[in-house]
Design a binder for this molecule. Structure first.
Ligand SMILES: [Mg+2]
Length: 502
């Protein structure tokens, strides 16, 4: 895990906590202290599952909006007022049982379940939810066992039993902070398989270079090269299903058969702005005066913060964003200072007068690890536009990102409009995709040979470099009788666990 990721996610101070996971952890501590986790943890996760289900149904109901009365507010909302939106039921008990089978959490006497373990279980439950939806659609039982999952994976049905649109954050999700997607053939291979199976894929990133396509292509160079080596363009419509949204929701690009990114037409018939004008928050409904007013307010606040907090930083203003960056590229700005700047901006822009002045334009202020950026628009708008443009339902979408903290995370906005998975590095993204593909029936343990023989390096080879860079491993080498490769997750997360385990 990069240093900047730790700076963003290390849970030292109250504003850097996820209250839902914190509450779940506190509920499990009771049983841990009483040495009763083995007999009660499963039921506790069932209870979480019921509360989330109730919260989901309340928010989907046709009742008038929440008026603060107990009957309108879910029990979960009363317990955790900051809880976000859920879009699918989460089979948390099953996810916990799979995880516990591997890690024996309930056998531990001295170390209670950690924040990251609960995050992993929530992630597993979310991707298992897509399989359950597939089973529900086919009229199968919800109470499947592992054999049934294997059977599900081996069926000859052409349907892809997983999300139909997968959106990815860029930095720290597909590649390390500030780096490019250079050579990560395993992750590239899984994204390629998603496209091959009819899934729409989009990178929804804060990086905003307007329509200077070569700059985005540079960030994704390894991925685009991989597509070219695999001759993705020879398979009908595959390239066209790959999008990139720059500046959160401002600049939409699409992959062409030349393996380059091209600006999608904004206006006129089929234009993405024209066709999504009915969405209240879409950029085509933003008056230019409001955008200028927002950027002016932020610039004033940033200027004051630099002076007030004695930050060795300067301001970078773009067309639809404004940032505070170090004066010298390699200088480190203090994390506390960056968080303070973000919270000042959020307070300033949500104050009644300013919110009215900018007509409640959507915005996103976030700590980028060693800078602060404020974008006009956010990932809620970006994902919603993609859902509309590609005609994909909310519950068929999955967003994968690394910043979900309420105070300073730019992926959190996506939670409003689709199920999300919270990862902390590109290795965890790879693990999540692998399990989505397994559960969706694209790859399985029984298909190990097929995967190994796949030309994942695009040069005729069938092996890839291991994490150490000097050992050769094959995908799916950890075969056991579970549909999820928990061993792999352990390897991928071990360093991170050591650094941010609570
Ligand atoms: Mg990120």
């Amino acid at each position: 895990m990069s240093f900047s990721s730790r700076r963003r996610n290390y849970h030292l101070v109250p504003h850097r906590k996820d209250e839902l996971i914190g509450w779940m952890k506190s509920m499990l501590i009771h049983s841990f202290v009483l040495d009763a986790l083995e007999s009660t943890a499963g039921d506790t996760f069932s209870h979480f599952e019921q509360l989330i289900n109730e919260h989901l149904h309340k928010s989907k109901s046709q009742d008038p909006p929440d008026n603060g009365s107990a009957s309108q507010v879910s029990r979960l909302k009363q317990i955790v007022p900051t809880v976000g939106t859920f879009h699918t039921p989460l089979p948390l008990r099953k996810a916990f049982e799979v995880y516990n089978t591997k890690y024996a959490i309930t056998k531990r006497k001295h170390i209670c379940i950690s924040f990251n373990e609960i995050r992993h279980i929530l992630n597993l439950a979310q991707i298992m939810a897509f399989v359950e939806e597939g089973r529900r659609m086919r009229g199968l039982s919800m109470s499947y066992n592992e054999d049934e999952v294997e059977e599900c994976m081996n069926n000859d049905n052409d349907d892809f039993h997983g999300p139909k649109l997968v959106t990815f954050d860029g930095d720290q999700t597909l590649y390390s902070d500030g780096a490019n997607f250079e050579s990560n053939s395993e992750l590239a291979h899984y994204i390629y398989l998603l496209l091959l199976n009819g899934v729409y894929v989009a990178v929804v990133t804060a990086a905003g270079y307007e329509y200077m396509t070569e700059k985005y292509e540079m960030r994704l160079s390894g991925l685009l090269s991989y597509f070219k080596k695999q001759k993705l363009a020879e398979i009908k419509d595959c390239c066209n299903r790959f999008y990139l949204f720059g500046g959160e929701c401002n600049f939409l690009l699409q992959l062409g058969c030349d393996y380059k990114l091209h600006a999608v037409k904004e206006h006129g018939v089929g234009g993405w702005k024209s066709s999504t004008r009915y969405l209240p928050e879409t950029p085509s409904n933003w008056p230019e005066d409001d955008i200028t007013a927002l950027l002016d307010i932020v610039e004033e606040s940033l200027t004051h913060s630099i002076s007030d907090l004695k930050l060795r930083a300067r301001i970078l203003r773009k067309k639809r964003a404004i940032g505070l960056i170090p004066i010298k590229l390699n200088d480190q700005l203090p994390r506390e200072g960056l968080d303070e700047v973000v919270l000042r901006i959020q307070t300033t822009l949500t104050s009644k007068d300013n919110a009215n002045n900018i007509n409640h334009l959507p915005f996103c202020a976030f700590n980028g690890g060693n800078d602060v950026f404020i974008d006009v628009g956010n990932k809620r708008v970006g994902v919603q536009i993609l859902q509309s443009f590609c005609d994909i339902k909310v519950e068929e979408t999955l967003h994968i990102g690394d910043q979900f903290l309420k105070s300073a995370g730019n992926d959190r906005a996506a939670r409003d409009v689709c199920p999300c998975v919270w990862i902390i590095n590109p290795d965890e993204t790879t693990y999540i995709l692998k399990n989505i593909l397994r559960l969706a029936g694209v790859i399985s343990h029984n298909d190990e040979e097929t995967i190994q023989n796949a030309d994942i390096d695009g040069d005729g080879g069938c092996e890839k470099k291991g994490a150490s860079g000097n050992s050769s491993v094959t995908i799916g080498s950890n075969v056991n009788n579970t549909s999820m490769d928990i061993d792999e997750m352990a390897r991928r997360s071990s360093l991170t666990e050591k650094m941010i385990r609570l």
